[in-house]
Design a protein around this ligand. Sequence first.
Ligand code: FAD
Length: 304
Amino acid sequence: MALDLANPAQTPHLRLSFEFFPPKSEEMEGQLWATVRDLAGWQPDFVSVTYGAGGTTRAPTLSTVRRLIAETTLPTAAHLTCVDATKADVAHVVEEFRAAGVKHFVALRGDPSGGVGTAYQPHPGGYENAAALVRGLRDIDDFEISVSAYPEKHPESPDEVLDIDMLKRKVDNGATRALTQFFFDNDIFERYLNRVRAAGITIPIVPGIMPIQNLTQLKRFASMCGATVPARLDPRFAGLDDKPEERANVAADVAAEQIDDLTTRGVNEFHLYTMNRAPLVNATLARLGLVRAASADNSAGAAA
Ligand code: FAD
């Protein structure tokens, strides 16, 4: 039975993780740390920091991760890609993250350096895909390793069977959790999960939830990621382009309804794409009846 979203007495026990990206300006830096402080009260299992295409944000990712570890008690995962990097380059970066205190990586192949839609060329001295990177990380240390999963298959994947086969290779090489690409149709996720389990994959497959800040922009981004945005969302956001408050309310309703429905299907772990903004995430989780910790211990030292 679905939760009564207006009845906090039915508070579910959900495990959460929050994804951030490294800030590109001083203003964005301030926004990120305000967001971290704000969201820490939800006591996520971990937070993660993305790694830019072609390794372009190695330094900002590293400094963001360093600060999260130094100034908060939030368990922090570093995303890592192997685009345009030799195995030695990757080992060097891993060493830097490890020295900063990182014990958990989100291991990814990364997008082709020519841009999404171009053919991926592994570096001749590097890892050919995420499965090989997972094996490389596992050989370096006993890290916790999360990987990607694609309920609507990766756009480069010839078919769903091969796509799940790649997930299986990542798990066989040592991945312990998969975080999914965002999706909005829970039936698609449930079908995918059934196929993943039928393939003998038993690690947690954690749905990636994207609260919709802007439907038009999201559609553009989703089409590059091979994710579909159901037409049923159009009328909900219609006419709200110039009404940010109403739009935010609808967005929080949509995300909370999606999470609530997934809980009725037995899912209790969620990875939220925060876009470095707290209000929509807060509104979504509050609608689910979740309660923040009284004092945000986790962010105690996260000064702006
Ligand atoms: P892989 O798992 O190696 O492959 C993806 C798919 O491509 C496979 O499922 C498979 O179907 C197909 N494929 C790959 N190789 C082969 C092959 N040899 N034969 C047949 N099929 C093949 N990108 C960033 O740059 N930085 C980030 O921080 C980042 N974070 C992400 C976090 C999450 C949770 C997700 C879902 C994605 C993230 N991405 C990030 C995007 C990701 O880098 C891209 O989707 C990239 O194109 C694929 O990387 P992967 O690790 O999923 O690749």
